[in-house]
Design a protein around this ligand. Structure first.
Ligand SMILES: Cc1ncc(COP(=O)(O)O)c(C=O)c1O
Length: 446
């Protein structure tokens, strides 16, 4: 673990003068649509800290949106990348292939759920891999429709915008969207009291059967725990029932594990918790220690359906990203990071349960592993309180803690630390989060 950066929170000035200057340059040179959560610019990151250009050291509870699971300067990843850069940066796998790509495909075949014969194709981003999973499912089934869920997030390309639920900021003004995408109701235990997993699955299946029809349906695509939609963990039994229905009806069941994969949730993949075996699994983010890489892995007969040359892209499975992925996977296995994610869950839930017990605005504490969130509401109701989520996040940022918000209603605070973070940093960060809640309560009562 790289701990060259002192592993302590330190705020000099937030934002400091160099960040202010860089932000002015950003505004003059970078498209306004590319927003930033933090007003500070990074220079170094590692362990559980992001250091900025003014010497502020921020505790990282975001991992660059669930990417730097093995840390942002993991020594194995850094060494593998350096070695690969010296050897070659690119040949294009579709022109002159190389071993790293094959080794990543082998690793994904070994690690993803199910012991059936598998194949993998590599891409660059999560959205690109989701699009390819849909292409593969359509090619295999000869059908076109795709079912996704309420609150889903699958990316920002044209097809994945259609698959994503939330209008602002992801879709607004960017239509028309791809056709043959249908939305089914999710299991959302906090807003669904009394509906268990089996009943929620039946509710979704009825919508699918009545509004789409299995005979038209190529794939059901679902995040086993929703990411941007609010870290919504469906009730037990929901995912297995949907997977069973897909199998019985000739529909490809696709797990979008772009955010949940690679130890993030305290299992190697979130589907593992209930023993769900997807036909196709989409991975990205935590796969390669910060380098852009994504994958579709699945049943050989489905993956092999598209014709030769039908899948690919100039950069997909870039050799540097593949070298990083092999090093990240080695780190997850050698350093026991699945277990570490479970320890982080225990610490975070202890802190957040304590917060909830004396603050009625914390409606729900949920998630698994190092993917934990609180949903904030008007006390005693399920009425979303997005202003509180923004106020708590802003307070934490000012005091050197990176926290992110999410959710259809913007009222979810989410915590996604790198698995290399120390308990001391987590305790310090959650002291700040607790202070942030207290300060907003004082502001209201003042
Ligand atoms: C579940 C899920 N799918 C797809 C994506 C899109 O990935 P990318 O931003 O790499 O295109 C994301 C990104 O947040 C995600 O969380």
């Amino acid at each position: 673990m790289s701990h060259e950066i002192p592993q302590s929170r330190h705020v000099v000035q937030f934002p400091g003068p160099r960040s202010v200057e860089l932000m002015q340059r950003k505004q003059a040179a970078v498209a306004a649509g590319v927003g930033t959560t933090m007003p500070v610019f990074a220079t170094r990151a590692g362990g559980g800290i992001v250091e900025d250009v003014d010497g502020n050291r921020l505790i990282d509870l975001g991992s660059g949106i669930a990417v730097t699971t093995v840390g942002a300067s993991n020594p194995r990843v850094a060494a593998a990348v350096a070695e690969q850069v010296q050897a070659f940066t690119h040949t294009c796998f579709m022109i002159t292939p190389y071993e790293g790509y094959v080794a990543v495909a082998e690793a994904l075949g070994r690690l993803t759920p199910g012991d059936h014969d598998k194949r993998t194709a590599l891409f660059n981003s999560g959205a690109e891999a989701v699009e390819n999973a849909v292409k593969i499912a359509r090619s295999y089934t000869g059908k076109q429709a795709v079912v996704v869920f309420d609150h889903a997030y699958h990316g920002r390309t044209n097809l994945t915008m259609a698959m994503t639920a939330k209008n602002m900021p992801y879709k607004h003004g960017f239509g028309p969207f791809a056709s043959e995408v249908y939305r089914a109701p999710l299991s959302y235990p906090f807003r669904d009291s009394g509906v268990d997993g089996a009943a929620a699955a039946q509710r979704a299946i009825t919508v699918i059967e009545k509004q789409v029809g299995a005979a038209n349906l190529a794939a059901v695509v679902i995040e086993p725990i929703q990411g941007e939609g609010g870290f919504i963990e469906p009730a037990d039994g929901f995912l297995p029932a949907l997977a069973d229905w897909c199998r019985a009806n000739g529909v490809v069941f696709v797990a979008d594990e772009v955010q949940t994969g690679f130890a993030r949730t305290g299992d190697l993949f979130a589907c593992d918790r209930e023993g769900v075996v997807p036909d196709l699994i989409v991975t990205a983010k935590g796969i390669a220690g910060g380098l852009p890489l994504s994958a579709v892995t699945g049943r050989a007969e489905i993956m092999d359906a598209p014709h030769g040359g039908g899948l690919g892209g100039t950069y997909g499975g870039n050799p540097i990203a593949c070298a990083a992925a092999l090093a990240a996977i080695e780190t997850i296995e050698a350093d026991g990071l699945v277990e570490r994610a479970r320890e982080i869950e225990a610490l975070l839930k202890r802190r957040l349960d304590a917060l909830q017990s004396d603050d009625a605005r914390v409606g729900d504490v949920r998630g698994r592993g190092a993917m934990i969130a609180v949903e904030l509401v008007q006390p005693g109701t399920t009425e979303p309180d997005a202003a509180l989520a923004s106020a708590v996040a802003a307070y934490a940022h000012q005091r050197g803690v990176i926290v992110l918000t999410c959710g259809t209603f913007g009222n979810v605070l989410r915590f996604l630390p790198p698995l290399t973070i120390s308990d001391e940093l987590l305790e310090d960060a959650f002291d700040v989060v607790a202070e942030a809640f207290a300060s907003t309560r004082e502001a209201v009562s003042a």
